[in-house]
Design a protein around this ligand. Sequence first.
Ligand code: CA2
Length: 147
Amino acid sequence: MTSILILNGPNLNLLGTRQPEVYGRTTLADVEALCRAHGDTRGAKVAFMQSNSEGALIDAIHAAKGVHDGIILNAGAYTHTSIALMDAISSVELPVIELHLSNVHAREDFRHVSYIARVALGVICGFGAAGYPLAMDALMGHLAAGS
Ligand code: CA2
């Protein structure tokens, strides 16, 4: 069975509690439930994690090698700053889909820069929580095409 790691970065634990005009009213627990339900319909196992710490996200990416088939990563603001996360992704050689709830390209200039996109299979942004199942389907399609 395909195993997907869904990693969420800094401040995403606050989802649904503040700035609903930007990020919607869906909580991270709702997103997790959505991903697990979608995994059930597609025959995929889902591991779901959130951390505010860059190091913990890097450790989770390293630990994914040989355990998960691919990663969906909403790295939050680390997307725009973290060469260390980019290097971690390169080192594990797993397909990674970069995900954002908001359309980062319609926002401030500093959100237009992504270190993750340089090493990602692809990027999904602007579809809110619905982006997570879209990313799961994209990742599974990629894995099926390669096997
Ligand atoms: O749109 C996204 O998913 C982001 O990754 C969210 C990050 C932001 O820095 C990225 O540029 C785009 C911010 C996550 C903060 O999440 C909050 C949720 C609710 C209330 C406050 C922050």
